[in-house]
Design a protein around this ligand. Sequence first.
Ligand code: UGA
Length: 429
Amino acid sequence: MKISVIGTGYVGLTTGVCFAEIGHTVLCVDNDKAKIALLKKNKVPIYEPGLEVILKKNVQNKRLSFSTDIKEAVKKSEVIFISVGTPPREDGSADLSYIENVASEIAKNMDGYKLIVDKSTVPVETGEKVELTIKRNLKKNIPFDVASNPEFLREGSAVYDTFNPDRVVIGVSSKKAEDILREIYKPLKTKILVTDIKSAEIIKHASNSFLATKISFINAVANICERCGADVEKVAEGMGLDKRIGSAFLNAGLGFGGFCFPKDLEAFLWISEKLGYQFDLLKNVREINEYQKHIFVKKIEDALWVIKGKTIGILGLAFKPNTDDMRFAPSIDIIKTLQNEGAKIKAFDPKATEKAKEVLKNVAYCKNPYQVAKDADCLAILTEWDEVKNIDLKKIKKLLKHPIIIDGRNIFNPKEMAKLGFVYKSMGR
Ligand code: UGA
């Protein structure tokens, strides 16, 4: 199939590259000229394992190309995926101006039937608005369909997730649109759930909000465990063995960050309120998540007593491992709070250092965990990178001024840490 994907962020670029890999001819479009110039040189502007290799391969076999021109995309393809950003506005609602722009540009350039598929995360009823925008901007009466096809890939495993989805959700209002989308996803041999457009839109917001709820739930349980001397890791294991609960997303710690959960939670809350329903549960989910960072800083304060003038070594800055993404990373609030209290910060992250430099100033960025540990008063673990999990603890202990580690991701065993002579504090145990 001839497909265009408008927007080359994490979702759009991965989708485009993977569609090419499963046999489609794909044109990826973005209005960011510098980004397209980079992609044309076979360079991926984000860190995403495996993406660059299949990008190169598909450019070489001529199934994948890049452009800044929406007109070209509309002319060359029957199916156009919209995958532009829907960033949060001040009030928590999603900014849908990029979607509106792209929809009207598509309409102005249409010369025959097109299927316009929304892949961006959007509030329910966006499909209707896209349809209206296209109708308003069409020069003549040309048939078209609008569909919703939410994306569930995770950053850091985007390629794997795209090829191995638990399900593909397609929200359609015509048989023709359903048949085209089924054909596109056929090579993946996965479960395809067909719904109406509004239900597909809600599936995305509800899924992310539910996963965020699971994380906040286990973090609340962690706080109870800590107060009574239970171990949240064991509690999560015991809960997770129940198939109805499942073990995924029960890792207690610093809470969720990234550009998806915080933003989608807000947007779901906003649209619920707009539709006349107070989804208070989600407000609690958000509060618990914020509180985790506060608890973590408190643990550092308890261990060091006075923060002013102390050197705190940070291991991990990205919002989670295997990504260079710093958006809504808990590290930002935690480091800024410690700096406000007068701490000197040294930090290491395997991939996010460059992006961290844009948001975190006055930090001594180090090349490895040992440079961070040297003469630091304590270490704080914020992201569970393998490079952090595999540190030589004996070497670290010698380098630290005091053998104190505060672990926001529960990566070490408290008993073993005590045996090694560390003052080791983690979350919920
Ligand atoms: C999330 C969803 O998992 C994807 O399905 C969805 O497509 C994506 O949002 C999106 O809407 O685009 P992502 O934000 O890449 O993906 O990252 P996750 O792996 O889901 O992690 C989100 C946050 O939750 C991270 O900060 C992580 O540290 C935290 N988390 C995750 C926990 O604190 N505990 C857990 O048990 C699991």
